[in-house]
Ligand binder design. Structure first.
Ligand code: FE
Length: 213
């Protein structure tokens, strides 16, 4: 029978760990290096994907969807009825918009989105998820004390305002349609889209600024 020496095992374990990078960024770099070396991916493609999600898609697509909903009541009705289909109409269908539900803020109700299990997010229209969205603190607290968490983001809700917390899954993701700010009647869809913040489409921002217009 093989002998079991806990001290020896501990030593081997520590030795193995001493070869592993502890920093997640280093681990990702190590993984990327191996995948590139094995010819499974190339660095240009990885850089391009990061660029696409950070700059091209960003939250801009979502902002256009919201601005169109503000200006086109028929589109808004379609968006609320079937988010994925309406987003597809704008050419924004993507891997993470398979089942998308749009939820609308009103004067007396507020919506906020979380993924309590991990970090499911509508990447196809909002780009990369912010880091705070993935933290255990946000994921656990926003379902238990949404008003307190929202207040920390600067969203102060009166007791009369109902709060709806939507828990995302890999199959179903959410887009909050914030309220259109007052005094924006003459604005074009492109101008309106600039007023829509990423956080307002997650629900951690509410009163949009009109940018001095
Ligand atoms: Fe998730």
């Amino acid at each position: 029978m093989p002998s079991f020496d806990p001290k020896k095992i501990t030593k081997i374990h520590q030795h193995l760990h001493s070869h592993l990078p502890s920093d997640p960024a280093l681990r990702v770099k190590a993984l990327e290096t191996i995948l590139v070396e094995k010819g499974l991916v190339n660095s240009e493609n990885i850089d391009r994907w990061v660029e696409v999600y950070a700059d091209d898609i960003g939250p801009k697509r979502g902002a256009h969807v919201v601005a169109r909903a503000w200006t086109d009541p028929a589109f808004k009705a379609r968006l609320l009825a079937d988010g994925s289909k309406a987003v597809g109409e704008m050419g924004y269908a993507g891997p993470a918009s398979g089942h998308l539900k749009a939820v609308e803020n009103t004067a007396d109700s507020h919506n906020v989105v979380v993924c309590t299990l991990c970090s499911c997010y509508p990447f196809a229209i909002l780009g990369m998820a912010p880091n705070w969205y993935k933290t255990a603190a946000y994921r656990s607290r926003v379902v238990r004390e949404p008003r307190a968490v929202l207040a920390e983001f600067g969203v102060e809700l009166s007791e009369d305002t109902a709060v709806h917390v939507w828990d995302s899954t890999a199959e179903l993701r959410y887009l909050v349609i914030p309220e259109r700010p007052a005094g924006t009647d003459g604005m074009t869809v492109d101008e309106l889209a600039k007023l829509v913040t990423r956080n307002s489409m997650i629900g951690t921002d509410r009163d949009l600024k009109t940018g001095g217009v």
